[in-house]
Design a protein around this ligand. Structure first.
Ligand SMILES: NC(=O)c1ccc[n+]([C@@H]2O[C@H](COP(=O)([O-])OP(=O)(O)OC[C@H]3O[C@@H](n4cnc5c(N)ncnc54)[C@H](O)[C@@H]3O)[C@@H](O)[C@H]2O)c1
Length: 326
């Protein structure tokens, strides 16, 4: 770790990733030292009762600054965003939250002399002109979604703030994230989470992308590990800052359904592509993450079959207790 991170603020802490990242950070750095914030006001009891929570809209500097001052924040994990599918329905909202929210966080980092800012990016920075297989770290970034446009801008802004203002900003391009705790918030890879819930609940699922749609994915424990590993990496080893590819696994929607059938043989999956197919088709099938491996020793731990077993165990247990959706 370069400089010490003592008082951490998480934006978008009620989201799919923010909710689990906040709990992991509280375990690691002490619950009182990790302040959860979200635009929404109704955190789940685990998040609410385990440490500080505030409602903060990242597009409003004043509400962000008030919490930063109150808790003497020196590190921000900026997870608040509008994701790809919602972003295509409301592109201007996507721009406002993802760009103005990110600028507010970066400017606050300068004004309050922060130690570190972590800003996730996405495989959505790539587009149809990018090499699709084993997509390199440093390649063509010409996304066709507003979400992708904002994520490229976020990466460039972060790198600019590192060079121009000397603040320590880091970011990584998550693939589709799969998890069993908080439902995803409107991305194109949501099918890879919904399929598990529906398999357990109904034994069938109608998937909104084609069977042969192959995308890079990652299980939540690897997502949390990658985020914290990058945040704690030695700054002097980083040649990149805000645009690390992180790979874990790649599979088609059909292969995902097959991995579930190994545990639930009667599971039936239909494929009825909607507007999200076009977004999925513009993204890579697999990711080359050799830069992250070289600069901060990234190493994933989960594969498809282990993940499926773990997801189904967790969701089946909750379903049997009558609280699949919590
Ligand atoms: N989940 C994925 O598969 C995935 C993949 C690639 C990148 N990412 C990136 O990871 C980060 C976290 O994503 P996630 O999946 O947890 O998203 P999510 O949609 O589940 O959560 C985002 C959170 O941000 C909050 N939010 C929205 N507008 C806000 C505002 N104006 N101010 C404050 N909070 C606001 C929402 O209430 C929500 O709780 C994002 O930057 C996203 O782009 C996610």
């Amino acid at each position: 770790m370069s400089k010490e991170m003592k008082n951490i603020l998480v934006t978008g802490a009620m989201g799919q990733i923010g909710s689990e990242l906040t709990m992991a950070l509280r375990n690691r750095y002490g619950a009182e030292n990790v302040v959860a914030t979200d635009k929404r006001t109704n955190p789940n009891p685990e998040l609410r009762d385990s440490g500080p929570f505030y409602s903060v809209d990242v597009t409003q500097r004043t509400s962000l600054d008030a919490v930063i001052k109150k808790h003497n924040i020196d590190t921000i994990y900026h997870m608040a965003a509008i994701l790809s599918a919602v972003g295509e329905k409301n592109p201007l909202l996507c721009w406002d939250v993802n760009i103005n929210g990110t600028l507010n966080v970066l400017n606050a980092a300068i004004d309050f002399e922060m130690v570190r800012v972590i800003i996730p990016s996405s495989i959505a920075v790539f587009g149809p002109d990018t090499p699709k297989e084993n997509t390199p770290n440093d390649t063509i970034l010409r996304p066709t979604t507003m979400y992708g446009v904002t994520k490229v801008c976020g990466e460039r802004l972060g790198d600019y703030f590192v060079k121009r203002f000397g603040i320590d900003v880091r970011g990584l391009r998550y693939p589709g994230i799969i998890s069993a705790e908080t439902l995803p918030g409107g991305g194109t890879t949501d099918y890879a989470v919904e399929i598990y819930y529906k398999a357990v609940e109904e034994g069938k699922y109608t998937c909104f992308v084609r069977e042969d749609t192959r995308l890079p994915m990652m299980y939540m424990p690897d997502c949390i590990k990658s985020t914290i590993d990058l945040a704690e990496a030695d700054f002097s080893r980083l040649k990149h800052h805000c645009d690390f590819n992180v790979g874990s696994m790649s599979f088609s929607a059909g292969e995902l359904a097959e991995s579930i059938k190994k545990h639930i043989p009667h599971f039936e999956c239909k494929f009825e592509p909607d507007y999200r197919q076009q977004i999925a088709d513009s993204w890579p099938s697999s990711i080359d993450d050799s830069v992250a491996r070289a600069e901060w020793d990234w190493e994933p731990e989960w594969d498809l079959d282990r993940m499926t077993k773990d997801m189904l165990e967790k969701l089946t247990k909750r379903h049997n207790q009558g609280n699949l959706y919590k």
